[in-house]
Design a binder for this molecule. Structure first.
Ligand code: ATP
Ligand code: ATP
Ligand code: MG
Ligand code: MG
Length: 298
C-alpha cells in the first residue's frame, strides 16, 4: 500500500528495549483495591476467594508467556519474572508491560463469576491494574526482589490479622491502630496468642506467604502433563531454590514429576484439568474451538 502523507507521524513513536541479559520483573498492582475490596465485601483481612481469583489471573499470564520463570502473588499484586534471555516482543517495554497488565485484568474479569457466583457478589465496577517492568542484573538481586515481596506480605498480614482481631473484639478502628502503634512483630504475635488464642504460624500459609506459580510436569491419572502449579512456601530460604533449580537455570529443567501433594485440589489445578478434559473431548468430536470458548462461562 502506498504511504499516505500522514505516515510520517509514525516516526514520533519511541521504542524502549529492556536491557539484554537481565531478569525482567513485571509487577502488576490493583488500582485502589482498598476501595475495591470494600465495595465487593471482601472478607478482612484476607478473602480467600479474592486471592484465588488473583491466582487464576496469574495462571493465565503464565500460560501465555512460556518465558516466565516464576510468578509470585500476594494481596492485590502479582510479579512475573521473565528469563534473562527472554525475547518476548523483542523486549519492547511498552508492549510487554501493557500486554501483561491487560491480560491480567481481562483474566481477572473472565474468572470473576467462577469464583464469586456462589457468594452472589456481582462486579460493581471494572477493576484495573497498573504495571511496571524492573530489571535485575544478578540472580541475587532477583532473589532479594522476591524476598522483599514475601517479607512485605508477612509484615502486612501480621499487622492486619492482629488489627482485625482487635476490631472484632470490640475496639474501634482508631483504638486498634493506637494499640498497635510502635509494636514489634513479637508484640503482635503475643497479642494474637494471649488475647485470641491464635498461633500466627498456624494461620493459612497462603495468607502468610502468598502464592508462587511455577510451570511443572505433574502426573494426573497416570498421565504426565505440564501445568501451572501453585506453591505455598518460604522463598527467602535457600531450600526453596535448591528444590526448584529450573527457576534460575533453565538448563536445570528436569523431567522429574512434581508432586502436587495437598495442592491437587487448588482451584487453578482443577480448572486446568477441566479445560484439558474438555479440549480432549472437543478434539475427539472436532469441536475444540467451541469447547474452548464455552469454558469461559462454566
Ligand atoms: P494503589 O492504587 O496505590 O495500589 P490500593 O488501595 O490498591 O492503592 P495497596 O497498597 O495496593 O492499595 O493495598 C491493597 C489493598 O487491598 C489493601 O488494603 C489490602 O488489604 C486489600 N486486599 C488485597 N487483597 C485482598 C484480599 N484477598 N482480601 C482482603 N483484602 C485484600
Ligand atoms: P499486534 O499484536 O502487533 O498489535 P495485531 O494483529 O493486533 O498485532 P494491528 O496492527 O494492531 O495488528 O492491526 C489490527 C488488525 O485487526 C488489523 O488487521 C485490522 O484490520 C483488524 N481489525 C481491527 N478492528 C477490526 C474490526 N472491527 N473488524 C475487522 N477487523 C478489525
Ligand atoms: Mg493496589
Ligand atoms: Mg498492593
Amino acid at each position: 500500500m502506498a504511504l499516505s502523507r500522514f505516515e510520517y507521524v509514525k516516526q514520533f513513536e519511541e521504542e524502549e528495549k529492556l536491557l539484554p541479559n537481565c531478569w525482567i520483573v513485571v509487577r502488576i498492582d490493583g488500582k485502589g483495591f482498598h476501595r475495591f475490596c470494600n465495595v465487593h465485601s471482601f472478607t478482612k483481612p484476607n478473602d480467600l476467594d479474592a486471592l484465588q481469583l488473583m491466582n487464576f489471573a496469574g495462571m493465565t499470564v503464565m500460560q501465555e508467556f512460556n518465558e516466565i520463570a516464576i510468578g509470585y502473588g500476594q494481596s492485590d499484586e502479582y510479579s512475573f519474572v521473565f528469563r534473562r534471555e527472554a525475547s518476548v516482543y523483542q523486549r519492547r517495554r511498552d508492549k510487554l508491560v501493557s500486554y501483561v497488565a491487560s491480560l491480567f485484568t481481562s483474566a481477572y474479569m473472565f474468572h470473576w463469576k467462577r469464583i464469586f457466583d456462589s457468594r452472589s457478589i456481582d462486579m460493581r465496577y471494572p477493576p484495573s491494574f497498573d504495571a511496571r517492568a524492573v530489571l535485575y542484573p544478578t540472580d541475587e538481586n532477583l532473589r532479594d526482589y522476591l524476598s522483599w515481596r514475601q517479607a512485605d506480605v508477612h509484615v502486612n498480614n501480621l499487622y492486619n490479622t492482629t488489627f482485625w482481631n482487635l476490631v472484632a473484639s470490640g475496639l474501634s478502628n482508631a483504638d486498634a491502630e493506637k494499640r498497635l502503634q510502635g509494636t514489634l512483630a513479637s508484640d503482635k504475635n503475643e497479642i494474637l496468642f494471649s488475647q485470641f488464642g491464635i498461633n500466627y504460624n498456624n494461620e493459612p500459609i497462603i495468607y502468610r506467604k502468598g502464592t508462587i506459580l511455577l510451570a511443572k510436569s505433574v502426573r494426573v491419572k497416570d498421565k504426565k502433563q505440564r501445568l501451572i502449579v501453585p506453591i505455598f512456601d518460604d522463598l527467602i530460604s535457600d531450600t526453596f531454590w535448591v528444590k526448584h533449580p529450573e527457576i534460575l537455570d533453565k538448563k536445570a529443567k528436569t523431567d522429574d514429576v512434581f508432586d502436587l501433594a495437598e495442592n491437587h485440589t487448588q482451584p487453578i489445578i482443577l480448572y486446568q484439568l477441566t479445560v484439558q478434559e474438555r479440549r480432549k473431548a472437543g478434539h475427539n468430536k472436532g469441536e475444540a474451538t467451541k469447547n474452548l470458548l464455552e469454558t469461559g462461562s462454566s
